[in-house]
Design a protein around this ligand. Structure first.
Ligand code: TYM
Length: 332
């Protein structure tokens, strides 16, 4: 059976990268797969989170997911900390994964920065928890943006080593699903850097809560080069900022980069940027309105998370019982 698991951290507002790289793809996959979508609050606390803000952000990210079209009736939507299987399986994976594997994780190196000694142990072990998220449900497919690819390779390694060490085919080897024209949305200030919640510059990202003016201003100020847009893909090579904006346009417009260049090739950014700003506002405004409406009903959002957590526990409980048996934990 095909089962999807994916997650998003409640560390502040979602941005356009989260939407185009992940959440919009989730909406498309929900017709085809059984889907479990998780707001990963336990991942969020690998770096300091103000407790009140964490709670508020957990609700807001849930609301934004639903507003973007993730169907809470058909899918399971819940926050990670409500299902203890994640922490339990993560501990077992801490004992399966090797230090050498985690030492290769580029995201830890980026997030920990120069002063690694001061990073939390959780930040280092984060990919093991991510593998536990997925495998606690024996999910087979994981839709993510490009930046999570390395973590999913680790998840495959952990599943294979667990199965091998215990001589049992317990876990599937997951398939990443990375697709669309915006698998890696870049910063609006630097085409070589990923759009990210942790970038100190607000102007580097379009947040899903930005109003019309903010969206238009950020796109107008986005870094570009002086050349007009090229007629074909080859002309975007060595032009990361232009490639990024064209990719964003294509993704928002449900077209391809070639089609966008067919329309805008030869035109300057003076023409392209206002068209992109209009398109972004057009596509994001309805999601923002619906997010705001849902945020005014916190009990409704909490109810979805509560029901989702119950269903998630029902799926993970027999899997955890199997894992405990295989590992040799005595259930007296
Ligand atoms: P997070 O919260 O950083 O991002 C959520 C999703 O958004 C994608 N994404 C992007 N896609 C394109 N361009 C970007 N600039 C961009 N920035 C983020 C991410 O790839 C992700 O799909 N570790 C994960 C959360 C997680 C998870 C999981 C995902 C925890 N457990 C299990 C899948 C399966 C993370 O920090 O995502």
């Amino acid at each position: 059976m095909k089962r999807i698991f994916s997650g998003v951290q409640p560390t502040g507002n979602l941005h356009l990268g989260n939407y185009l790289g992940a959440i919009r793809n989730w909406v498309r996959l929900q017709d085809e797969y059984e889907c479990i979508f998780c707001v990963v609050d336990m991942h969020a606390i690998t770096v300091w989170q103000d407790p009140a803000e964490l709670r508020a952000n957990t609700r807001e990210v849930t609301a934004a997911m639903i507003a973007a079209g993730v169907d809470s009736e058909r899918n399971i939507i819940f926050n990670q900390s409500q299902v203890s299987a994640h922490a339990e399986l993560a501990w077992i994976f801490n004992c399966v994964a090797r230090l050498g594997w985690l030492n290769r994780m580029t995201q830890f190196k980026e997030k920990a920065g120069k002063d690694r000694e001061r990073a939390s142990v959780g930040l280092y072990a984060y990919p093991n928890l991510m593998a536990a998220d997925i495998l606690a449900y024996k999910a087979t497919h994981v839709p993510v943006g490009e930046d999570q690819k390395q973590h999913l390779e680790l998840c495959r390694d952990i599943a294979a080593k667990f199965n091998h060490d215990f001589g049992a085919e317990v876990f599937p080897i997951v398939e990443p699903l990375i697709f669309g024209e915006a698998t890696r949305v870049m910063s609006l200030r630097d085409g070589m850097k990923k759009m990210s919640k942790s970038d100190p510059s607000e102007a580097s990202r379009i947040s899903m809560t930005d109003d019309t003016d903010a969206i238009a201003r950020k796109i107008r100020k986005a870094k570009t080069d002086p050349e007009p847009l090229p007629d074909d893909m080859a002309g975007l090579r060595e032009r990361p900022e232009a490639a990024n904006l064209v990719g964003i346009y294509a993704a928002l417009n449900d077209s391809t980069v070639e089609q966008v260049l067919g329309e805008f090739g030869g035109k300057g950014f003076g023409q392209f940027k206002p068209a992109l700003a209009d398109l972004a506002v057009d596509k994001l405004a309805p999601i923002q309105d619906e997010t705001r409406r849902l945020m005014a009903e916190p009990e409704f959002v909490d109810g979805i998370l509560r029901k989702g957590a119950e269903k998630a526990r029902d799926i993970s409980a027999p899997i955890m019982a199997e894992v405990q048996e295989v590992v040799g934990f005595l259930r007296a």
